[in-house]
Write a protein that binds this ligand. Structure first.
Ligand SMILES: [Zn+2]
Length: 393
């Protein structure tokens, strides 16, 4: 059985060239990318793992399925999801014939990787503030017991572990801005000014003391709050707590949760459940006045059920590879494609995307462990100590 993850995402701010489009509504400023990444090859009967993707978050095995020059919108997202699901349903098992006449049949298991906002649209949850699992709205988020029925079919969207870093970071950031007034809603010109000044002060301190550019719009695409900024914030808990005025204990707890999720290793569910419960309590005790964002609620409330619904560690299903691919596409289009015609630049881009994710070439590369992948004792406590490298050998 070949286990894969697939996903799609749009990005903006791509270079625009003087090339004509057949469809006038298209522009090469926006690009929509559909990708597929193999995760492991496993014997169905014995469950022996024959091959495992050594870096599921990198783009080394991230194969392009399709790219479209179109701005992301609800219609496009729904159409593409339908399209890919149809193709997955029509997949035929693949036979490999060996020299000795033996035939090996490969079947497929496909997991989705997408960020929370896309999952929201695909699952027909109308507002991003609503939980896609229990449909809780903003007003329900800070209740001690949110006993609402879970929509189990939406577990398949996973936890979007990369975006978790950013969403958890932004949650604390917004609490930090509002600390002087301790209210979720900012009413009145006077309060707005207090918050605005506090925000500026916090942004300046992040820049001067940690070198982080926080909550600033990036020309062309999104905001400066990316995965790296969020990780720096959670790795420097002491300093972050000092600048933002947020309780250090809560930052530490958030940080452990995020690192456990991102580790890509199997999690001790009972212990982790306890940690999620404790974290929610700490949050409510300290900042009940700020409604928990749906993405934080999803992890704290439904995290364990979602993790248990997957046969693979949740971190391996992260959407990092997809996000990183967008950055590479920007670079490849600019530096490695011919600009003489639309056909040549698209051909060059596709060839490069295929080449840089070619599994055979990628397996020859040496995998280096990043410093952040070395897990400290706080994180290890929540992991079943099965090392990915051990599976390969
Ligand atoms: Zn929920």
């Amino acid at each position: 059985m070949l286990v894969c993850k697939w996903g799609f995402d749009g990005s903006s701010g791509h270079s625009q060239y003087k090339q004509s489009f057949a469809d006038a509504s298209c522009t090469d400023e926006f690009l929509y990318l559909v990708v597929l990444g193999p995760l492991r090859l496993q014997d169905v009967e014995t469950e022996n793992v024959m091959w495992v993707n050594p870096s599921p978050s990198s783009t080394l095995y991230c194969r392009p399925i399709k790219f479209i020059f179109k701005k992301e919108n609800k219609e496009l997202i729904r159409d593409e999801e339908k399209n890919i699901l149809e193709k997955i349903n029509n997949l035929n098992p693949f036979d490999i014939k060996f020299d000795n006449g033996q035939i090996c049949t490969v079947v497929y298991t496909m997991f989705t990787m997408m960020d929370g906002s896309i999952a929201n649209i695909v699952s027909d949850t109308n507002a991003t503030s609503k939980c896609i699992i229990c449909q809780a709205t903003t007003k329900h988020m800070n209740l001690e017991n949110i006993s609402r029925p879970s929509q189990i079919e939406n577990y398949r969207f996973g936890l979007s572990t990369l975006h978790c870093w950013i969403r958890f970071f932004e949650c604390l950031l917004h609490i930090g801005y509002r600390l002087p007034i301790k209210s979720w809603q900012v009413k009145g010109a006077e309060n707005k000014e207090i918050i605005e000044n506090n925000k500026k002060k916090i942004q300046a301190e992040f820049k001067s003391r940690m070198g982080l550019i926080v909550d600033k719009p990036k020309p062309g695409y999104g905001s400066s709050n990316d995965g790296n900024t969020a990780r720096s914030f959670f790795y420097n808990q002491e300093l972050s707590s000092e600048i933002l005025g947020i309780d250090k204990n809560l930052i530490v707890k958030f940080s452990i949760i995020l690192r456990v999720l991102a580790s890509g290793r199997p999690i001790k569910i009972e212990n982790f459940k306890e940690l999620l419960g404790e974290t929610k309590q700490v949050y409510l005790d300290l900042y009940r006045w700020y409604y928990m964002p749906s993405s934080v609620h999803k992890v704290l409330e439904h995290g364990c059920e979602i993790i248990e619904s997957f046969s693979l560690p949740i971190g391996q299903l992260s959407e990092d590879a997809l996000e990183a691919r967008h950055k590479e596409v920007r670079k490849y289009r600019l530096f490695h494609t011919r600009k003489c015609s639309r056909i040549s630049s698209n051909t060059d881009l596709l060839k490069r995307l295929l080449l840089t994710s070619e599994p055979l070439i990628s397996t020859k590369r040496k995998v280096t462990t990043r410093k952040s992948n070395k897990l400290d004792i706080d994180v290890q406590k929540y992991l079943i100590c099965e090392d990915i490298v051990e599976i390969i050998s």
